[in-house]
Design a protein around this ligand. Structure first.
Ligand code: SAH
Ligand code: SF4
Ligand code: F3S
Length: 441
């Protein structure tokens, strides 16, 4: 077995893909691969893809086109497609792109080493099953190298909610949670390797219901509290959460668990009840606002983030105004907004579409409002003292960059010995996408 093969992975889409890419790199590490940061000279290229919007999927095919020359120059180069496009269009990829050697869906990554062997033998390999076993349990253990201070840890996968616009239930399969003990073991291992902050990941992370050490079902709040007991783990976050899975004890944890950070991504998608119903969201604008009020009662300085879709089939100007009104009522710290993109196989793709120009104009208006709110939330931090976890060198020499408790990027003049540590910082200035702070003490 060759011991010095180079692996290039390009990751698209959500944070769960970022985590999966790390784990795939580790799995192939067992076969002699080390990561490289350019496709030139690589022995294997993996694209970890996203299918959430049309543009995301198109990128895969154009990216593959760019690798043609590399493949011609190096016939031993193997090209693989992983992630949600692989799951949705695996056969099609093999048909359209003869240069692709292997296709692996998000639930089959533990089979990657076998697929690699097949590809090396000149066979084209495809695995898009939804196997019963926990893919992470069958992946190689994380090697004990030190790593950055902030890490992702996937605890839940899949979605049973079937929002009318979304491909995730089809590409990631049904909701499944990893057992508590496995999550705690992985978290302790990360902390031993220098990690101070863990972001728990799941397509619906607060739908987490894992088997506890007592054999009972544990919800996310209980998991968070158990993680908070780990010495050296300073910060806990989780994403993405669904409004309908915000249980009472999780809301309470935001008030009484000091390690749970005051930031929450809680997508609502629309402020119109008519559209929410058509989206199959199973909550109303009003119930979302009540929920936000309860969370803020538990943690008043919590910063909220969200996702919005404009131009969903049937959306009128009045529906869109309802979305703007909801945004005004909530006041987001930051948010993501998208023009509706019809996805093959989802119910909404079959419906009458909104005029694209109207949708673009709405997106512009929504993004202007959300941008103003982001600036206001940043300006409100000036003068305040926050914890900052330093993660990397700053833009200027003598500076470090890190994330505040509220997930703002903060630049601070600090010695490199602060790297990987949390320090108290006073915010002195707000720039367009970051804050500047002064080290205290
Ligand atoms: N599981 C998360 C979100 C997954 S996808 C949740 O339930 O909130 C991330 C975001 O992409 C969604 O919140 C939605 O705003 C957006 N999105 C999903 N499908 C989309 C589509 N077909 N068109 C446009 N945006 C979409
Ligand atoms: Fe998609 Fe809705 Fe599931 Fe989120 S809750 S992953 S938007 S189907
Ligand atoms: Fe994209 Fe799949 Fe994540 S579609 S957003 S990579 S779950």
């Amino acid at each position: 077995m060759a011991g010095d093969r180079k692996l290039f992975i390009k990751t698209y889409g959500c944070q769960m893909n970022v985590y999966d890419s790390e784990r795939m790199a580790e799995a192939l590490g067992g076969k002699g691969y080390t990561l490289t940061d350019s496709p030139e000279g690589a022995d294997m290229i993996l694209l970890n893809t996203c299918h959430i919007r049309e543009k995301a999927a198109e990128k895969v095919y154009s990216e593959l086109g760019r690798f043609k020359g590399l493949k011609a120059a190096n016939p031993d180069l193997k090209i693989g497609v992983a992630g949600c496009v692989a799951q949705a269009e695996g056969e099609e990829i093999l048909r359209r792109q003869p240069m692709v050697d292997l296709v692996v869906g998000p639930q089959s990554y533990h089979r990657l080493p076998e697929l690699e062997t097949l590809a090396r033998k000149g066979k084209r390999a495809l695995d898009t099953d939804f196997p019963e076993e926990d893919k992470f349990e069958h992946l190689a253990v994380r090697p004990k190298a030190m790593r950055g201070p902030s890490a992702f840890l996937t605890v839940q996968e899949g979605c049973d909610k079937f929002c009318a616009f979304c491909v995730v239930p089809y590409t990631r399969g049904a909701e499944a949670s990893r057992p508590v003990v496995r999550v705690l073991t992985e978290a302790r291992d990360l902390v031993a390797r220098g990690v101070a902050e863990i972001t728990l990941l799941g397509q619906n992370v607060n739908a987490y219901h894992g088997e506890g050490p007592d054999g009972r079902d544990w919800g996310l709040a209980r998991l968070v509290r158990a993680l908070a007991e780990i010495e050296g783990l300073e910060r806990i976050r989780y994403t993405t959460s669904h409004p309908n899975d915000m249980e009472d004890d999780l809301i309470a944890a935001h008030g009484d668990c000091a390690k749970l950070m005051p930031y929450l991504h809680l997508p609502v998608q629309s402020g119109s009840d008519r559209i929410l119903k058509a989206m199959n969201r199973k909550h109303s604008a009003e119930s979302y606002l009540r929920l936000v009020a309860r969370i803020r009662a538990a943690r008043p300085d919590l910063l909220l983030s969200g996702d919005f879709i404009v131009g969903f089939p049937g959306e009128t100007e009045a529906d869109f105004e309802d979305t703007l009104n909801l945004v005004r009522a909530v006041g987001y710290g930051q948010a993501y907004s998208f023009r509706y993109s019809p996805r093959p196989g989802t119910p909404a793709a079959e419906r009458d579409q909104v005029d694209p120009d109207a949708a673009s104009e709405r997106l512009y208006r929504l993004q202007s409002l959300l941008g103003e709110q982001q600036q206001a939330a940043q300006a409100a931090m000036v003068g305040k003292t926050v914890g900052v976890l330093f993660e990397k060198p700053g833009r200027m020499s003598g500076q470090l960059a890190g994330k505040s408790d509220h997930l703002h990027a903060v630049h601070v003049e600090a010695a490199s010995t602060y790297m990987g540590r949390i320090a108290q910082v006073q915010i002195v200035e707000s720039a367009p996408n970051s804050l500047r702070g002064r080290l205290l003490g």
